[in-house]
Design a protein around this ligand. Sequence first.
Ligand code: MN
Length: 742
Amino acid sequence: MMRQNELIERVTQYDPDANEALLNRAYVYAMKAHDNQKRASGDPYFSHPLEVAAILTDLKLDDATIAAALLHDTIEDTQATRAEIDELFGDEIGRLVDGLTKIKKIDLVTKKAEQAENFRKLLVAITTDIRVLLVKLADRLHNMRTLQYVRPGTRTRIAEETMDIYAPLAGRMGMQWMREELEDLAFHWLNGDAYDTVVERLKMLRTSHRDLIEEIKSTLSENLENSGISATVSGREKKPYSIWRKMERKQISLEQLSDIYAFRVVVGSVQDCYSVIGVVHTNWRMVPGRFKDYISNSKQNDYQSIHTTIVGPGHSRVELQVRTEEMHRVAEHGVAAHSRYKENSGSKANAHVRSQESNAYQWLQTLVEMLLEGDNPEEFLEHTKLELFHDQVFCFTPKGLLIALPRGANPIDFAYAVHTDVGNHCVGCKINGRHVPLISELRNGDEVEILVSDAQTPPPAWENLAITGKARSAIRRATRHAIRKQYNELGRQILKRAFSRIDRDYDDEILTASLHRLSQKTVEDVLSAVGRGELASADVIAAAFPEAKQAREEPPKRRQVQRHDEGWFNLRKVIGLKFRLPGGSSSDMSSKVNGIPIRGHKGDLPVRFSEGAAIPGDRIVGILTPGEGIMIYPIHSPKLKEFDDESERWIDVTWDIDETNAERFPARIEITGLNEPGTLAQIARVIGEADGNIDNVKMIHRAPDFTIMVIELEVWDLRHLNEIISGLRAQSVVNSVSRAKS
Ligand code: MN
């Protein structure tokens, strides 16, 4: 295990101003915190954070990062707390360690290859400081280096994650050596046979090609020297995994694989890079299609070099990379290379050069902005907030499937993102194991469980609650479908009864024959036109039975009987029911329900109910308005959307009804009923017999064959209301009943 002063020395070698006292404190604190914890290898646990810190000294990172590396597992795995770290090491290090703890928490999620990209984005999205990602990568690298001690099952999972997530992430951040090492370690555990074969073959080639390599190297150096270019030439063997990938990609065998060696020419200036290419191409034949200029077109991760492949001695293909020293540094260390700017802090001239050199972190947009602004590049590691993907949130299903959604999305969007069927049957949800309203805004890393019911169809109001196009259009489709189905059923029911009045049996087939007379294309069109009230049943009968004249004359008479424009109050005389008249009763409703105890809050805050909304049995939430009290809404109330951003105002409440002292609550139902004599009487009787009090009746739509009405009534609770609703649904004159939306 590395000794304390050894680590400190490594840091002070590249950063003489490093805070040694801080590093010493972090070393001692972490060692004590991990105390006698052991790793799978049997080593003291502390050897792990220490090695992670050592890896980061190779990247020449600042003292805060090294300290954070030493402390990175303390909050999660020991008694240490964020507050304690803050107090002892300051807020900056506290934030870094906290960031690492957060990442560790989402580490439990399954990371299948197909969601690797999203997982990488999530990592970046929840990371506010790029140094957190650097420590995380070093952490993973050390874990991979010691993977042989881990149980085989866990080992495969970790190797897969490394291949899918962390190696590409290191590559994106420009750290090629780390990417290669992670890939090779993962390759070794995931495909041991292939790994061994490639390594074996490399060993063979190494022996047989030794002279060749030396020959190329010396000829190249000589030619460059003759042209007056000073350059460092080094031969380099490609890594097993990159060879393997190439074999897979090009479907070639190891024997056919020729360019296993790559030469690297490092020179002083960009000018020299192009001169080298000139010299190389005049002395050897270049392989067409292999020349790539990543200097004038640098890669997304800031990588710059010129690549070419030539036909060398003995017809062997030789790959060449030509770059400046600065480009080489960036190619090896990527993002981490920039930390060295700290050495020259304060130099404006350097700042300018730097900002010119680093112009290509497309995927790390914020970094680019910082660098281009160029004022204080030495600070960019500390102060850069990675506001990448700030327009997205990443959440998980309970099975660990990662779902990316636009920011502001809610569980309804999530449900539709999982599957349209899940969305259409969604009735509720849990976030991180807790029941929450479907309109709650999702946050990064939330685990979302959608509760479904086969009976459910999406309420049309959801279209305005969802924010994703997919959810909205699916809801619209489902709503259209449901409405059409409803109209068709209503139409069929109306026609059946109309037919039976002239002693005929209704049959869809009969309509087929009269479609042209009705100017309709399909039977469905006829049913839905009747259901919508656009076509009268009398006209359908006239079309179906042109000979039955009397059938056409009867309806006006019936309609006269049916008319009740003056409202339903006439009915009282007709059927002798008692109504409670509207007015008066509704005004003191709030004070009446004031006495209902609600569980979930203490103290004397006044509780009121949102107008005509919740009845006992409904799931309810309270919204707290400081100084005013708590307003109770049913969970399905669209009004709750207004409080979406103010989670602190949401209060969990449940009903606590005293059975012996029950009260009635106002509720509203919407009924579609046929226009027939006795329909209203039937409806009123069902409600009355079920002990419901009718307060008010409103016709909201009238068609020749049916009427849509809203009835305000008083019920004891949800079960009572549901009894009334199913009683009404059983009536042949009633087409549909539902709770009216407020
Ligand atoms: Mn660790």
